[in-house]
Design a protein around this ligand. Structure first.
Ligand code: ADP
Ligand code: ASP
Ligand code: MG
Length: 438
């Protein structure tokens, strides 16, 4: 029998009752041997995720506060979970130690990781199986990327345990301190565990019944995709379909392990299967899905004979590189070029400074910027073999009176990306959805 690794997200760990349902799911299948958990998420709209509270705590601690008010909310949250599951697992003492470490300067990543740590402790107690600390089995390199030795280390540790709970989201850095993945990173932990134990399936349990053709918060009737490829998943999740972290495909893709997205609140639903494929999905749709992400800036450059100027693009990119900015897209014409960057980079350096440096480097005839741009990606292997897809897409946008600021199409014809005003993002997704899914 193959091994299944199951990752349960924040909503699946939100309170004691849900945690009991999670235990039922795990215990209903002997193949579900390794369980990865997130920190408790929102219980209702307006609630605050434990991880968000922990980041607030670390900000407080950085100002030198010796007693954290925010931490008392976290304490209350965990103690009520302990009460709801009806077990004494010694959370009070663990919370005391964590609070002490936070106010003593343990740092941001340590602080952020404690939600998963405590969730893991709770889940291990409820399931009656060992807890394996992620800090002992996941190692980062000095540049912040995952150390590949993690896989053999984790395999050798987990070999000792037929079943175990591993907290998501963190590991250990080269300095011996706790280090986290980016937000939503428990999905990556799950994928790493799946690869380390050579799982036959990585089950990702969340609060929706699979991967939908677009965010169900934008189109509530969005269709659930039965099957999609790793590459389609990567494109869609990178562009905002945050049901799965976009980096979580790499460990499982390398080992050919399929992912199934499932709903903790509707375990009877089949969910979505993610597999290695480069052909149109089995349902035969031209478009597999649509996703959008806000807050980009487009820098548009024009210069006569740009096409003949050797090194023009390289010199523009050198300016970005110098500021540690990675560009998102680079659509270009004969004498025009646009560079799309995420607004988050402009918190560190001013856009005016960047524009001046670009002017000095390449002397454009015209330089113009457009801020508050959203990128919307329409993704699907089916697009490469269908004539008229882009025509349908742009007609749908023009019928919906949406102004397209920028267009980019990946060379593999797997996606068409349009830039629109932030405010048009949801309307743009709805218009494309209507066109391709009716
Ligand atoms: P978890 O806490 O389980 O990791 P997340 O909140 O990270 O859950 O991801 C699940 C959420 O992703 C859903 O509640 C949904 O609103 C959102 N989402 C965005 N795009 C999509 C999509 N295309 N399909 C399904 N869910 C999506
Ligand atoms: N708890 C972390 C976050 O909120 C990681 C995760 O849930 O995957 O980002
Ligand atoms: Mg998530």
């Amino acid at each position: 029998m193959g091994i299944k690794v199951c990752k349960f997200g924040g909503t699946s760990m939100a309170d004691g009752n849900i945690i009991r349902s999670v235990a039922k799911i795990v215990n209903s299948d002997e193949a579900r041997r390794y369980v990865v958990v997130s920190a408790p998420g929102k219980r209702f709209s307006g609630d605050i995720k434990v991880t968000d509270l922990l980041y607030e705590c670390s900000d407080e601690a950085a100002t030198g506060m010796k007693r954290s008010e925010v931490f008392s909310k976290i304490r209350t949250r965990f103690l009520s979970i302990e009460k709801e599951i009806g077990m004494d697992i010694g959370l009070e003492a663990m919370l005391d130690e964590i609070e002490w470490n936070i106010v003593s300067g343990a740092g941001k990543d340590y602080c952020a990781s404690r939600g998963e740590y405590l969730s893991g402790r709770i889940m291990a107690a409820v399931l009656g199986i060992p807890f394996v600390d992620a800090a002992d089995v996941i190692q980062f390199k000095a540049d912040g990327s995952l150390d590949e030795s993690t896989y053999s280390l984790m395999a050798s540790v987990l070999k000792k345990y037929p079943k175990a709970v591993i907290p998501g989201f963190y590991g250990k850095g080269v300095d011996g301190k706790i280090k986290t993945f980016s937000r939503g990173g428990s999905d990556i932990t799950g994928a790493i565990v799946a690869r380390a134990v050579k799982a036959s399936l990585y089950e990702n349990w969340t609060d929706v019944s699979g991967f939908f053709a677009c965010d169900p918060k934008i189109v509530p009737s969005a269709k659930c995709i039965k099957e999609l490829s790793y590459q389609e998943l990567r494109e869609l999740s990178y562009m905002g379909a945050n049901v799965l972290h976009s980096d979580s495909i790499f460990p499982v893709k390398a080992a050919g392990i399929p992912i199934r997205i499932r709903n903790t609140f509707r375990p009877q639903d089949e969910g979505t299967l993610i597999v290695d494929s480069d052909v149109r999905n089995p349902e035969g749709n031209v478009v597999t899905g649509i996703a959008g992400k806000k807050d980009f800036t487009v820098i548009l450059l024009e210069k006569s004979m740009m096409n003949a100027e050797v090194g023009f693009a390289a010199n523009v990119l050198k300016v970005l590189c110098h500021h540690g900015i990675s560009f998102e897209h680079l659509p270009s014409g004969i004498d025009t070029m646009s560079v799309v960057i995420e607004n988050k980079y402009l918190e560190e350096v001013s856009l005016d400074d960047i524009l001046q440096e670009i002017r000095d480097a390449v002397h454009p005839d015209y330089i113009h910027t457009r801020e508050s741009v959203a990128l919307v990606a329409t993704v699907g292997h089916g697009m490469a073999e269908s004539v008229g897809t882009s025509g349908r897409l742009f007609k749908a946008l023009s019928d919906a009176e949406i102004n397209v600021i920028m267009i980019d199409q990946g060379s593999s014809e797997l996606n068409i990306i349009v830039g629109v005003d932030n405010e048009d993002c949801a309307a743009c997704i709805r218009a494309i959805y209507r066109e391709f899914f009716g």
